[in-house]
Design a protein around this ligand. Structure first.
Ligand code: PRP
Length: 208
């Protein structure tokens, strides 16, 4: 087994904050801050390797063991239910999963509700718990367009600041799932690299 601790970081603004936490926790890797297109960075001395992964792919890398640990949003964990350990809530990247619609939206329960979303499983579970029939329209982004163009009645999507909804004349109908970034670990890595993974978990959560 690789001696390094392999860490999958979500590429983007959240990932940079997460890396800063690792640095403060005593796991720095200064080359990561160099402005280039490289995806993998190592601190040989500490035996740690970071790589930038599309946020929605972090759980796949960790589940399959390409990464020992990673940081993924609760939304991805609930949507895809990867077989990983969830070790800590890092209390960043906070937002909520919401139903949203046009300002004049009124639910007619006699009609099948058309729901546009990237989070097909979350939307299905939510509406099945309400006993509501829905027609899922699976999209990959710019979900807010769907009700505006009458492709759907509502959307199920992440709301952080609420700006995207506001600027598109939509509003929250219901917030039903709080989301934040979680430290996750591959199950077999956790067994064989327990000491370093527990150390990372402890030092990261000590910063909270
Ligand atoms: C997410 C989400 C909303 C937006 C919410 O999209 O799908 O569109 O952020 O943020 P706000 O409440 O702060 O405006 P993302 O930026 O991930 O892009 P996407 O449309 O490609 O999914």
């Amino acid at each position: 087994m690789d001696k390094f601790l392999n860490v999958a970081l979500p590429k983007g603004r959240l990932g940079e904050k997460v890396y800063d936490m690792f640095e403060k926790a005593g796991y720095p890797c200064p080359s990561i801050k160099e402005n280039n297109r490289k995806l993998i960075f190592e601190n040989q001395k500490l035996g740690i390797r970071f790589f930038w992964v599309k946020p929605s792919d972090v759980a796949i890398y960790v589940e399959r063991g390409a990464a020992d640990v990673g940081v993924a949003g609760k939304d991805i964990l609930v949507e895809y239910k990867p077989d990983v350990y969830e070790l800590a809530d890092l209390q960043m990247g906070k937002c909520s999963m919401c139903v949203a619609g046009k300002k004049d939206f009124v639910d007619n329960r006699n009609k099948t509700l058309r729901v546009a979303t990237k989070f097909v499983n979350i939307a299905k579970e939510y509406y099945s718990s309400q006993g509501r029939d829905i027609d899922i329209i699976a999209l990959n982004g710019s979900i807010e367009l769907a009700p505006i163009l009458n492709l759907s009645d509502v959307i199920v999507d992440i709301v952080e600041t609420g700006t995207t909804l506001k600027e598109n004349d939509l509003e929250v109908v219901e917030r039903f799932l709080p989301i934040s970034a979680r430290l996750i670990a591959n199950k077999s890595s956790f067994k064989f690299k327990t000491e370093i993974i527990e150390d990372v978990r402890k030092k990261l959560t000590d910063l909270l």
